[in-house]
Design a binder for this molecule. Structure first.
Ligand SMILES: Cc1cc2nc3c(=O)[nH]c(=O)nc-3n(C[C@H](O)[C@H](O)[C@H](O)COP(=O)(O)OP(=O)(O)OC[C@H]3O[C@@H](n4cnc5c(N)ncnc54)[C@H](O)[C@@H]3O)c2cc1C
Length: 494
């Protein structure tokens, strides 16, 4: 039971954060009255992906939250990445697609069935009064948070790419589609989210969209044009935009998650780029933690302080990881050269946990094919042991010692041959006579090189082999990950 401090809670926003907060409060505190406000319109978005792991955790607490007819889901274990027509399968390890609208409406309705929860369909424009605790769960664009931005220490940063969240009335295989168009690629993340419907998110650099005449077109024309560009992949099905035109992803950060008895949850508190597919899980976990803290403390301010101390570090960690994923996509959308399997490996390993050894454990066939492409033939060797010729030097492995002097490096072969490298921090202009490779510095943190380090871009733009100069020895697994993903060709020993 809660203490006398909380008798009434106003929750603004009936997405996963708000609805799960109401559900959990109702479960733990039947004496507390919860007003759950949600605006009447449907809101943006087509389908979302939930990992099986997340679904299991949700079912353990609120099994009814995922009890929907089978036709409301699509499930898969493999994703196809199509790079300019080449189809490369890789494991997705247990995923479900579901309509965002159907899922949100379902959990909202469940919450409203609890005797102590009242669902109020209204757009809230000012903090509802009076309530002992106010939860702002009104999403990334939270109007009520913006009204108190200074108190929350809010910053909102727009990403460099633009995306359009579309749906199509057909069942697509889960896939990444990468289509090169000169100025840069169009990257599509598509997956089914119901028996007869799929999500189709198109992401690209604004320069690419402008060059294709897509950026400033009315949504209906952009839909038609995209349906034409992807006619083969869509089987001729149409596309419908589920956002009001092209959007920049907004990363929301709040230095404080509470102001007195008003507290932030879900996307109102923090956003993580959709390429990580984890925004819904974070919103649900916030909600469960907040409700449990309220139930555990007499004073709502203690509850809010506990919630903040538990959830904020987790969200910050996820945001740091998502920032790397975002930066990788942004760099990629600016027009990195495509390397088939290695690009797919880079896509898969952009998250810290997905190292070479982990991916090999989970999807040995995909990793074996990636290394075979690197070597030019099937091999049991790891990427660091795949031979490479740089200039006239034939190397049997890729962890190398370099002699460094005056901004240059020399790589010596066992047979007395040598190759000359230039140390750079950006892509050099023009030709470089006498230079066989480029050496790029990277600063590993905790044995990891950030996935958006400039080496990959310089490699892609210059077409020359890259040696990564690191100031600490890299774990072999990390070196394998970087080479398999075409982020570098060699790793220089410090
Ligand atoms: C393109 C894209 C793809 C994504 N894909 C995935 C994915 O695959 N997997 C995943 O886990 N996450 C995904 N996400 C993120 C996910 O949608 C969010 O993280 C999640 O919905 C956050 O839940 P929330 O309850 O905090 O906010 P929201 O889901 O935004 O809910 C906010 C609610 O508040 C209501 N509201 C807003 N303002 C008011 C107001 N003034 N008055 C009353 N009600 C109001 C809205 O109607 C809405 O119901 C994606 C996001 C984007 C942009």
């Amino acid at each position: 039971m809660s203490g006398p401090g909380v008798r009434t809670v106003a929750v603004v926003g009936g997405g996963p954060a708000g609805a799960f907060c109401a559900l959990e409060l109702a479960r733990l505190l039947p004496d507390v009255t919860v007003d759950l406000y949600d605006r009447e319109d449907r809101g943006p978005g087509a389908g979302i992906v939930l990992a099986d792991e997340v679904a299991r955790q949700v079912r353990a607490v609120h099994p009814e939250a995922l009890r929907l007819p089978e036709s409301a889901y699509a499930t898969w274990d493999e994703t196809i990445t199509s790079i300019d027509g080449e189809r490369i399968p890789s494991g997705a390890f247990g995923m479900s697609g579901i309509s965002r609208h159907v899922f949100h409406e379902h959990v909202r309705t469940l919450a409203a069935r609890r005797p102590n929860v009242r669902l109020i369909r209204r757009t809230v424009t000012a903090t509802p009064e009076p309530a002992d605790l106010v939860v702002l769960a009104d999403g990334a664009g939270s109007v009520l948070r913006q009204q108190r931005a200074e108190q929350f220490g809010t910053s909102v940063t727009a990403g460099a790419t633009r995306y359009l969240w579309l749906s199509t009335p057909t069942v697509l295989e889960p896939c990444f589609l990468i289509k090169e168009f000169g100025p840069g690629p169009l990257v599509v993340h598509a997956y089914p989210h119901a028996a007869g419907e799929s999500t189709f998110i198109v992401e690209a650099d604004p320069g690419t969209l402008t060059a294709l005449g897509l950026l400033d077109r009315p949504a209906a024309e952009a839909e038609r044009e995209l349906a034409t560009i992807f006619r083969a992949e869509l089987g001729g099905a149409p596309l419908t935009a589920r956002t009001a035109g092209w959007q920049a992803f907004r990363t929301v950060v709040n230095r404080r998650w509470s102001a007195g008895r008003t507290v932030l949850a879900g996307d109102a508190a923090h956003t993580v780029h959709f390429s990580t597919g984890s925004g819904t899980a974070l919103a649900i976990d916030d909600a469960l933690c907040l409700a449990r803290s309220v139930a555990a403390h007499d004073d709502p301010l203690d509850a809010v302080a506990e919630y903040d101390s538990v959830r904020r570090p987790i969200a910050e960690r996820m945001q740091a990881e998502a920032a790397e994923s975002t930066a990788w996509f942004e760099q990629f959308c600016r027009g990195e050269r495509l390397h088939g399997h290695q690009t797919v490996f880079a896509l898969r390993s952009r998250r810290a946990a997905n190292t070479f050894s982990r991916l090999r454990e989970r999807d040995p066939e995909f990793v074996a094919r990636t290394v075979a492409r690197l070597a030019g033939h099937p091999t049991d060797a790891e990427p660091v042991d795949v031979p490479l010729t740089v200039g006239r030097v034939r190397l049997g492995h890729r962890l190398v010692a370099l002699e460094r002097r005056d901004g240059r490096c020399v790589l010596r072969g066992a047979d007395g041959t040598q190759a000359v490298g230039l140390v750079v921090d950006r892509t050099p202009d023009g030709l470089l006579p006498g230079i066989d490779f480029l050496a790029v510095r990277a600063r590993p943190e905790g044995g990891r090189v950030t996935r958006s380090a400039p080496a990959a871009r310089i490699r892609s733009q210059s077409g020359l082999p890259i040696a990564l100069l690191v100031d600490e020895e890299l774990p072999r697994d990390e070196a394998n990950t970087l080479i398999a993903a075409a982020r570098t060709d060699l790793v220089a020993l410090p």
